[in-house]
Design a binder for this molecule. Structure first.
Ligand code: CA
Length: 243
């Protein structure tokens, strides 16, 4: 059935997996359950799902390791990954996001929250409406071809970072609070923590390399994209060749 988003649920606790599957089916999704990393890899090789719900603690290979490897592969690079975990430690959370997860849900979670986050992740992944090409200095982004280039060289940018960059490039020089970015880019300010924005900004800067200097942190306010950030960096480098 064409319009039912396919969700791969990777969860070794059968009771939790079944509960998630029942709720997903009830809400118009088409879930597939697998209980370990090996089966998850086979399933994704056979068919790339629309979204992956991935438990952190799996027998054998961990969810974090799986997320990292899917992010590195071209065909799975853009699939939203939601990590499920019993861990509440902030460092674990950051590790999960750094591995390439788009969001993070701590067990026990409410079904309502899980569904809201799945829908938000799918909205983020949905193509941006209309073809749009934006250029700021040497940085260009094209929503039609899903490409980001800097000085003509293509950069690899993940799906959330792509949307975030598109929004920032469309509103150059303006300072955006984390709350605004959650509303405009994530489409959900209720369930997603503001810290998530910081993690994606960090990933975006890394993906942009030299052009990452265009994304400025405005203390106490939020973030801004400004070509001046890059110029300042270049001037500093020119003044001080040893730096
Ligand atoms: Ca588990």
């Amino acid at each position: 059935m064409r319009n039912m988003p396919r969700v791969l649920v990777v969860e070794d606790e059968a009771a939790i997996a079944e509960l998630i599957a029942v709720n997903l089916r009830h809400s118009g999704f088409s879930p597939t359950l697998v209980f370990d990393a090996e089966a998850a890899r086979r399933e994704v090789e056979a068919q790339v799902p629309d979204l992956i719900l991935l438990d952190w603690m799996l027998p054998g290979e961990s969810g974090v390791s799986l997320a990292r490897s899917w992010r590195q592969q071209e065909r799975t690079r853009a699939v939203p990954i939601l990590m499920l975990t019993a861990r509440t430690d902030e460092m674990d959370k950051i590790q999960g996001l750094d591995a390439g997860a788009d969001d993070y849900i701590t067990k026990p979670f409410s079904t309502k929250e899980l569904l809201a986050r799945i829908r938000a992740a799918l909205r983020r992944r949905a193509p941006l409406t209309g073809d749009d090409a934006v250029t700021v200095g040497d940085l260009s982004l094209d929503t039609a071809t899903y490409r980001v280039t800097f000085k003509g060289a293509e950069l690899k940018v993940g799906p959330t970072e792509f949307k975030l960059l598109h929004y920032l490039m469309k509103h150059v020089e303006r300072v955006h609070t984390r709350g605004t970015l959650l509303d405009r880019v994530w489409g959900d300010h209720v369930f997603i923590e503001e810290r998530t924005v910081d993690v994606h900004i960090k990933r975006l800067r890394e993906a942009l390399g030299e052009a990452g200097a265009m994304i400025e942190t405005v203390r106490g306010a939020g973030y801004r994209l400004s070509p001046a950030g890059l110029r300042q960096k270049q001037v500093k480098t020119a003044d001080n060749p040893a730096a």
